[in-house]
Design a binder for this molecule. Structure first.
Ligand SMILES: Cc1cc2nc3c(=O)[nH]c(=O)nc-3n(C[C@H](O)[C@H](O)[C@H](O)COP(=O)(O)OP(=O)(O)OC[C@H]3O[C@@H](n4cnc5c(N)ncnc54)[C@H](O)[C@@H]3O)c2cc1C
Ligand SMILES: NC(=O)c1ccc[n+]([C@@H]2O[C@H](COP(=O)([O-])OP(=O)(O)OC[C@H]3O[C@@H](n4cnc5c(N)ncnc54)[C@H](OP(=O)(O)O)[C@@H]3O)[C@@H](O)[C@H]2O)c1
Length: 489
């Protein structure tokens, strides 16, 4: 009986091979059929080396002592938004890198940077080489405002602006013009507040952080004195959290400039609010009342009930000089209240506009289901719809919201579901899979060389060395070719 099953399995595998591409045939031959009898444990592949990828890996390694996990990352460097998103003046948040490093150095884990999944290798090829594939590739796009003038010079997405000050290689040439007095940020989430703080913080506060040196120099010469953070709904719907708001309130040499009219009727409902929302609202009202240091040269302000309708260009039409905002009223109340236009508009003069209305996941491979409306990989508890053996975690699973702790819980959930599927026999573990051995060989035939974790550590050491000479924890390398040269030296 056992022998019959094995023969059928071999037949099944061979039959499948006929329908595969040449590359996939190599993968299947290398492990799927030849290694049938030796049991080397489940092999799982993770796409994306950010928090979701590392937390999923951590949980898989912990839950099953026979499982090997390989992480593939597009960049030569790991950690995703912990490196390229989290603000430079929040070093404590980046401590999670220590636990990700432990995971990467685990004897059953390996990291393969410099692999753009979807381009260098397809998801089908990964599925051939592994028992399961987890998509943890985050949200690399951004929501667009969809308004005229959005593409004019002077308008940036928060994603690019954040990438610029955090040393993301593709944003190193952003060169935002900071010679204007007023900047307008659209959206009132924590990313918007990060950007506002970086624009207004005294340079002394930033110079000992890991902010990239080119942006530090640009910020030191910045003429921006006033930053308005604009939301389409009201104070009771603001998306940021209290810690980030408090940092704005406490910025040295910067005062708050709010519109008391935006807070009409808020004092009356304060006592009925849930505690976190109540404390956040009280802090805003304190800022309205006190304003802050009158002698401060710089100011920031929240503006509510306003939606962007058009970026205004100067007489030559060549760059942004202002923004037209629609004035809104609220329909409904509480978190779910909606903004409705009143028909009135307001123009604000500004030379810098940053759209911070959310990141967005993008499809990376046509073979993977993608929900364009929600911009996520459609899934049920992390199991990708209609695709056995394919899973997802993090922002690509649930959308671009949630802090690292949310991403951790969500990734642990996906790992638990995957383990459950292994244990329930929903994943066929009877066939050995070649894992990274086959994928690395395949990548080689395509001229793609990977960066292993030990090679990233060379980049890390170089960045720390350059940082030391500037009194910073690190100076990030901005150029991928330079990263690769150091990694492979
Ligand atoms: C600006 C900003 C600041 C933030 N600050 C904080 C904070 O202070 N505290 C906090 O708790 N949370 C913060 N967050 C939230 C936190 O960063 C997210 O919860 C978390 O990073 C999401 O993890 P992820 O792994 O899903 O995505 P990501 O962190 O984006 O990781 C995805 C990884 O996949 C890689 N990838 C993408 N495409 C491919 C591909 N085709 N092939 C291979 N690899 C690929 C990317 O390079 C990246 O490394 C911040 C978010 C942003 C945007
Ligand atoms: N320090 C930290 O912990 C930290 C720092 C940065 C980011 N993060 C986390 O990372 C996640 C992403 O942050 P985020 O700021 O990008 O997203 P977010 O918290 O979802 O905020 C998005 C903002 O954009 C607005 N918006 C969306 N679509 C809009 C449109 N079409 N027109 C006008 N406004 C629009 C939203 O308003 P509505 O509310 O009206 O939709 C909201 O104010 C969040 O969970 C955040 O907490 C955490």
């Amino acid at each position: 009986m056992k022998m019959m099953t094995m023969i059928n399995l071999v037949r099944g595998s061979v039959m499948k091979i006929h329908g595969l591409s040449r590359a996939s045939r190599c993968l299947a031959a290398e492990g799927g059929v030849r290694g049938l009898s030796s049991s080397s444990g489940p092999r799982v592949c993770i796409v994306g080396g950010g928090p979701a990828g590392f937390y999923t890996a951590q949980q898989l390694l912990k839950a099953r002592h026979d499982t090997a996990v390989d992480v593939y990352e597009r960049l030569p460097v790991p950690f995703g938004l912990v490196r390229f998103g989290v603000a430079p003046d929040h070093p404590e948040v980046k401590n999670v890198i220590n636990s990700f490093t432990q995971t990467a150095q685990h004897e059953r884990c390996s990291f393969h940077g410099n692999v753009n999944v979807g381009k260098d290798v397809t998801i089908d090829e990964l599925r051939q080489a592994y028992h399961a594939v987890v998509l943890s590739y985050g949200a690399e796009g951004n929501r667009s405002m969809g308004i005229p003038g959005e593409d004019l010079p002077g308008v940036f997405s928060a994603k690019d602006f954040v990438g610029w000050y955090n040393g993301l290689p593709c944003n190193k040439e952003l060169h935002p013009d900071l010679s204007c007095e007023t900047a307008v940020i659209l959206g009132q989430g924590n990313v918007a507040l990060d950007v506002a703080r970086i624009l207004l913080a005294p340079v002394e506060m930033l110079k000992e952080t890991d902010i990239s040196q080119n942006s530090l120099e640009a910020l030191a010469n910045s003429k921006v004195r006033r930053v308005l953070i604009v939301g389409r709904r009201g104070p009771l719907q603001i998306a940021c959290t209290i810690k980030e708001l408090r940092e704005m309130v406490n910025l040295p040499k910067v005062r708050a400039d709010m519109l008391p009219a935006d807070f009409k009727g808020i004092a009356e409902v304060l006592k009925d609010l849930p505690r976190p929302r109540k404390r956040l609202t009280e802090l805003m009202m304190k800022a309205v009342k006190e304003g802050g240091d009158d002698k401060a040269e710089k100011c920031w302000g929240l503006r509510f009930f306003r939606s962007p309708v058009e970026v205004l260009a100067g007489a030559d039409g060549k760059r942004a000089t202002g923004i037209r905002l629609a004035l809104n009223k609220l329909e409904g109340s509480g978190e779910s209240a909606r903004a409705e236009v009143t028909g009135q508009t307001e123009d604000v003069d500004c030379g810098l506009i940053i759209s911070s209305i959310g990141y967005k996941s993008i499809p990376i491979d046509p073979a993977v289901p993608f929900d364009p409306r929600r911009a996520i990989v459609p899934n049920e508890m992390g199991r990708v719809q209609d695709t056995a053996g394919l899973y997802c975690s993090g922002w690509v699973k649930r959308g671009p919201t949630g802090v690292i702790a949310t991403t951790m819980n969500d990734s642990f959930d996906t790992a638990r579901v995957l383990i459950q599927d292994m244990e329930d026999g929903k994943l066929d573990l009877s066939v050995n899979k070649p894992g990274a051995k086959a994928i690395t060989a395949l990548l080689q035939t395509r001229g793609v060389r990977t960066v292993l974790f030990s090679q990233w550590e060379k980049i890390n050491a170089e960045e720390e060395k350059r940082g030391r000479s500037l009194g910073k924890p690190r100076e990030k390398l901005l150029d991928v070719d330079e990263m690769l040269k150091i990694a492979w030296s």
